[in-house]
Write a protein that binds this ligand. Structure first.
Ligand code: ATR
Length: 285
């Protein structure tokens, strides 16, 4: 893609951002879709989110992704919020249009699309979610929306699990338990367990919230939102018990696909999605 006077600029606002994969995905999608945009990393120091977003709007950027630690703070800076961002109370995608700022959350849809690709469904399932932070909130709300039978939110800090339980039950009529990790043993017949914390992420390959593979014996699916390493210890233990596993690669890819579609007002054809999914997988693994 040649940069010229008509090139639209996109980027990622976060701190730190040096290890982001987003420029690769978006510039690849732009190339395959033949759209004249460029996606860049923008390191924004704490305290500078507002001038950064107002500056992006003033510079007529097409959009930005918003990542750690600004996904919640950005809520206050947008003029409009889509339903997902309202529900999750966090933004990962912003579009600047007609001197207004539009906020979206594509994380939950990214997770859903990666699960659909793997053949995972949530309806009537008993789902255990490890962690009660921002990622857990997006995932647990989407599992509730997709009519899971029951959610078990396990977290080191039980107060945070309880807060999330209240948020879920404010929005959905669903049974939710909020527990500490030591109580997990007393739960049986879990269908899906979703690991949403950073435990086990590169370079801490030997860390896992669950350390005995007996926990996995009756599960249908073990899902880890981490994509680096490709297989966390959590997923390795599940695999040893013959359980289906899914890592966070698909969620990372599909949240980007959704953001790209919002910014450019396009639907990416299935063939291009497949091709880019493979090229991105080759790039990071
Ligand atoms: P994210 O947006 O990635 O979810 P977050 O909102 O900071 O990040 O949430 C981090 C999650 O990882 C929380 O569930 C946190 O547990 P606490 O609520 O008890 O802090 C969990 N977490 C982080 N470090 C942890 C550790 N060393 N042991 C157990 N859980 C940890």
């Amino acid at each position: 893609m040649k940069i010229n006077g008509k090139t639209k600029v996109l980027g990622l606002i976060g701190c730190p951002i040096e290890h982001t994969m987003s420029p690769f995905i978006h510039n690849l999608l732009a190339n395959k879709m033949n759209i004249n945009i460029i996606y860049l990393p923008f390191h924004v120091e704490k305290g500078n989110l507002k001038p950064a977003m107002l500056g992006a709007k003033a510079l007529n950027l097409l959009g930005t992704n918003i990542t750690v630690p600004y996904k919640v703070e950005a809520l206050e800076l947008v003029d409009f919020l889509d339903d997902r961002a309202k529900l999750i109370e966090a933004i990962n995608t912003v579009k600047y249009f007609n001197n207004k700022i539009y906020g979206y959350n594509t994380d939950a849809d990214g997770f859903l699309l990666s699960c659909i690709k793997a053949g995972i469904t949530f309806q009537n399932k008993k789902i255990c979610i490890l962690g009660a932070g921002g990622a857990s909130k997006a995932i647990s709300l989407i599992c509730a929306e997709k009519k899971a039978k029951k959610l078990i939110i396990a977290n080191r800090t039980i107060d945070k699990a309880n807060l999330l339980k209240n948020t879920i039950q404010k929005n959905f009529n669903i049974e939710v338990d909020a527990i500490g990790y030591n109580e997990l043993k007393s739960f049986s017949n879990i269908d899906i367990c979703i690991q949403t914390t950073s435990i086990g992420m590169h370079p801490n390959y030997n860390d896992s919230i669950i350390n005995e593979n007996d926990f996995f014996k009756n599960l249908e699916w073990a899902i880890d939102l981490i994509y680096n390493p490709k297989e966390t210890k959590f997923l390795k233990l599940a695999k040893e018990k013959g359980i289906n596993t899914l890592n966070g690669f698909g969620m990372l890819f599909f949240q980007a696909v959704k953001a790209f579609e919002i910014w450019n007002d396009v639907i990416i054809p299935e063939s291009i999605i497949e091709e880019c999914y493979q090229l991105f997988s080759d790039y990071i693994y």
